[in-house]
Ligand binder design. Structure first.
Ligand SMILES: Nc1ncnc2c1ncn2[C@@H]1O[C@H](COP(=O)(O)OP(=O)(O)OP(=O)(O)O)[C@@H](O)[C@H]1O
Ligand SMILES: [Mn+2]
Length: 590
C-alpha cells in the first residue's frame, strides 16, 4: 500500500515538473515570438511592452512646475545628489553665487532719462526703416504707373498697326508687375550702418518698463472681436469644440496655456478620444497626419519610425534625418520644465491602424495602405521624403502603431500666423556653410542690425537656442508667431521631430546664437539654475512618466540633457568673462 502511494506521489511530481516545464516553454516561446514581431521593443536599458494602457492616463500633479517664481519642488521627485557628478562643478556653483550677489544690479529698472534715451534710439532706427520702406514703395508705385502708361501707348500703337501678334507679349508683362502693397518691410539696417551692444542692451531693458503698461492679449479677446465684426457665428463658443473653452482661449501673447488642469485634460483626451477622421497634412517633407477626435479636437500625428535608442548615423545630414515621435513628446516636456510653454501639448498614443487610421482615412491616403509580407498593416502616404514602400510605416505588430499626438493650435481666419526665417538657419545643402558658421561677428553685424530684434524677440531667440541645444535639434529653419496676438508675441516651438538624434555627443553649433550674441534672459537663467540644482534629467524622467509611451527617452538621452545644461553655463560664463555679468544676463521683465 505504502509503495503504491509512493509510486503515485513520484508520478504526480514528475507530472507537475512536466507541467512546469510546459509553462516555462510557453512563456519563452511567447517572449521570443513577441520580440520577433515587435510586440516587445528592446530599448537600451529596459524592455517595454507596447500595449495600449487604460484610457485614463494617471497624471501626477506634483511634477509640473507651475511658475518659476514659486519654485515648487515636486514632492515625489526624490533627488539623489550623488548621482549627478556635474553638480560638483565648483566653477558653476561659484558662478551662481556671483549672479546671486549681483541680483540687484541685474533687476535694476532703468531711470527715466535712460528710458527716454533708449526709446529715442529705438524709434530713430525704426523710422529710418519705415522712411526707406515708404520711399521704395513710392518709387515702385511711380514705376508701375509709368509701366501702365507705356502699356496703354503700346496697345494703342499695336491696335493701329497689326492686331494679330500680341498674345506672347502680354504674358511677359504680367511677370514684371509687382504690387507695391505686397512689399514687405525690410527690417534690417543697411550694411554701412551699425548698432552697438550697449544700445541693444538698452532696448532689451526698456521692455521691462514697457511690460508694466502692456495689455496682454489672448485668444478669448480675438474671439470677442471677431464676433463684433462678423456675425456669421463661425466662432460661436457654444458650437465650438470644448478645446476652445478649455485651452485655445487662454493662449496669450506671452505663452500657450500652462494651467496644469487644462493641460492634463488635453493630454488625456488626445491620448484616448476616438478618431473621427484622418487626413494627411499638406506640404510636409515627411508623413504627418491630422486627426479629428470625437470631441472635435484636431491633432497632428507623427508616426513612430525608429526605436527610442536610434541615433542619427554620422554620415547623415540633419536635413535627411528621420522625424521621431518620441522626440516630439520629449520636447514638450523639456519646454514645460524650462518654463517656456511654447510647445503645444504633445502625448504618445498607440493606434489601431485599421480602425483608427485606415477606416477613417481620406480616400487618397487609404489607397496607400497595404499588408506587408510579414503580415503587418503598413502605409506610405504622400510626401517628398520617405513616403515609399521601403520606408513604409508598419504596425508593430499587425496594426498597432505608436505615434506622437500634438494639439493643433488655432489658425486662420481667427488667428494669423507669421513665419520668420531663423537668422541662424543652416543651409540645408551638403557643401555650403551659412554665414553665421564662418563669421564669428555675425551677431553684431547682422542680428543687431535687424530692428525685429530690437525687442523681446532677441531674448526669445536665445531661449530657442537653449531649448534646441538641450534637445539637440539642428532643424530650426523658421520660427512662427501668432501675430494676431501682437507683433511681439512669443515664438512657438513647433516641429521638434528631429531632436534627440544625438545621444553621446552635443552639437555646440546649435548654441551659436548664445555664444555669439552673449545674451541670456534672466528668468531663463534662473530656471536653468533651478533645473541644474534639482537634477534636470531626474525631473525630466519624472515628467515623462505621465506619458502612455513611457519611457520616452532612454537613460543615455536623459544623461545628455544634464551634460548639455552644464555646457550652457560654461558658454554663459565665457560670455561673462568677455562682456561682464550685467551685460550678458538681461532682465527684460519676461
Ligand atoms: N501643433 C500645430 N498647430 C498648428 N499648426 C501647426 C502645428 N504643427 C505644425 N503646424 C503648422 O504646420 C507647419 C509644418 O509643420 P512641421 O514643421 O511639423 O512640418 P514639416 O512639413 O516637417 O516642415 P518641414 O518638413 O518643411 O520642416 C508649421 O510650420 C505650422 O504652420
Ligand atoms: Mn520639419
Amino acid at each position: 500500500m505504502i509503495a503504491k502511494i509512493r509510486r503515485l506521489v513520484i508520478h504526480k511530481i514528475r507530472h507537475l515538473s512536466l507541467a512546469r516545464l510546459c509553462i516555462l516553454f510557453c512563456i519563452l516561446t511567447f517572449l521570443f515570438t513577441s520580440y520577433i514581431y515587435g510586440l516587445v521593443e528592446v530599448n537600451s536599458h529596459q524592455v517595454v511592452i507596447n500595449i495600449l494602457p487604460s484610457n485614463e492616463i494617471q497624471i501626477d500633479n506634483d511634477y509640473f512646475l507651475k511658475d518659476i517664481s514659486k519654485q515648487i519642488i515636486p514632492k515625489s521627485a526624490n533627488i539623489s545628489q550623488s548621482k549627478y557628478n556635474y553638480l560638483n562643478d565648483k566653477k558653476i556653483k561659484k558662478f551662481f553665487v556671483r549672479v546671486n550677489e549681483n541680483v540687484e544690479l541685474i533687476e535694476r529698472l532703468m531711470t527715466e532719462t535712460e528710458y527716454k534715451q533708449a526709446i529715442g534710439q529705438k524709434n530713430a532706427y525704426l523710422s529710418l526703416i519705415y522712411e526707406r520702406h515708404d520711399k521704395l514703395k513710392k518709387e515702385m508705385e511711380r514705376e508701375l504707373e509709368l509701366l501702365k502708361k507705356e502699356e496703354e501707348k503700346d496697345k494703342n500703337n499695336k491696335n493701329d498697326a497689326n492686331k494679330d501678334n500680341d498674345d506672347d507679349e502680354d504674358e511677359d508683362d504680367d511677370e514684371t508687375k509687382i504690387d507695391p502693397k505686397d512689399l514687405k518691410v525690410k527690417t534690417s539696417l543697411n550694411d554701412d550702418e551699425s548698432v552697438s551692444r550697449g544700445e541693444i542692451i538698452n532696448f532689451l531693458k526698456l521692455e521691462k518698463i514697457n511690460r508694466k503698461y502692456k495689455h496682454v492679449k489672448n485668444v478669448e479677446e480675438l474671439l470677442r472681436e471677431y464676433k463684433v465684426h462678423d456675425q456669421d457665428g463661425q466662432y460661436d463658443l457654444n458650437k465650438l469644440p470644448n478645446i476652445w473653452k478649455n485651452y485655445h482661449q487662454k493662449i496669450n501673447e506671452l505663452k500657450l496655456d500652462n494651467d496644469l488642469t487644462n493641460v492634463r485634460d488635453v493630454l488625456n483626451s488626445m491620448s484616448s478620444e476616438p478618431v473621427i477622421s484622418c487626413i494627411e497634412k499638406e506640404r510636409g517633407t515627411q508623413i504627418k497626419l491630422i486627426l479629428t477626435l470625437s470631441d472635435g479636437t484636431e491633432v497632428l500625428i507623427k508616426p513612430m519610425k525608429v526605436p527610442r535608442n536610434y541615433e542619427t548615423p554620422p554620415d547623415h545630414f540633419y536635413f535627411v534625418d528621420f522625424e521621431r515621435h518620441h522626440a516630439e513628446i520629449a520636447a514638450f516636456h523639456v519646454d514645460w520644465l524650462l518654463g517656456f510653454y511654447r510647445v503645444p501639448p504633445t502625448v504618445g498614443r498607440v493606434f489601431n491602424m485599421t480602425t483608427e487610421l485606415m477606416q477613417k482615412a481620406e480616400p487618397d491616403l487609404e489607397r496607400t495602405f497595404f499588408i506587408s509580407p510579414g503580415g503587418n498593416l503598413c502605409f506610405t502616404g504622400h510626401c517628398s521624403y520617405y513616403c515609399d514602400s521601403t520606408h513604409a510605416i508598419c504596425g508593430k505588430p499587425k496594426d498597432r502603431m505608436e505615434g506622437s499626438v500634438q494639439l493643433m493650435l488655432p489658425g486662420k481666419p481667427l488667428v494669423k500666423w507669421d513665419t520668420v526665417r531663423h537668422p541662424y538657419r543652416r543651409t540645408y545643402t551638403k557643401k555650403k556653410k551659412a554665414e553665421w558658421e564662418i563669421n564669428e561677428k555675425y551677431c553684431e553685424q547682422t542680428v543687431f542690425k535687424n530692428t525685429l530684434y530690437h525687442s523681446k524677440h532677441f531674448l526669445d531667440l536665445m531661449d530657442l537656442s537653449i531649448f534646441d541645444f538641450i534637445t539637440s535639434n539642428m532643424d530650426r529653419h523658421h520660427y512662427e508667431r501668432m501675430i494676431s496676438l501682437g507683433n511681439d508675441s512669443f515664438m512657438i516651438h513647433l516641429d521638434n521631430g528631429r531632436s534627440f538624434g544625438k545621444i553621446f555627443s552635443d552639437e555646440i553649433s546649435i548654441l551659436a546664437p548664445v555664444k555669439q550674441c552673449c545674451f541670456v534672459r534672466y528668468s531663463t537663467f534662473k530656471r536653468l539654475q533651478y533645473l541644474y540644482e534639482k537634477g534636470f534629467s531626474k525631473l525630466l524622467d519624472h515628467s515623462l512618466k505621465v506619458d502612455p509611451l513611457y519611457p520616452v527617452l532612454t537613460e543615455d538621452h536623459l544623461k545628455s540633457v544634464d551634460r548639455r545644461l552644464a555646457l550652457i553655463f560654461k558658454e554663459i560664463m565665457k560670455c561673462v568673462d568677455k562682456h561682464d555679468l550685467t551685460n550678458v544676463i538681461i532682465d527684460d521683465g519676461y
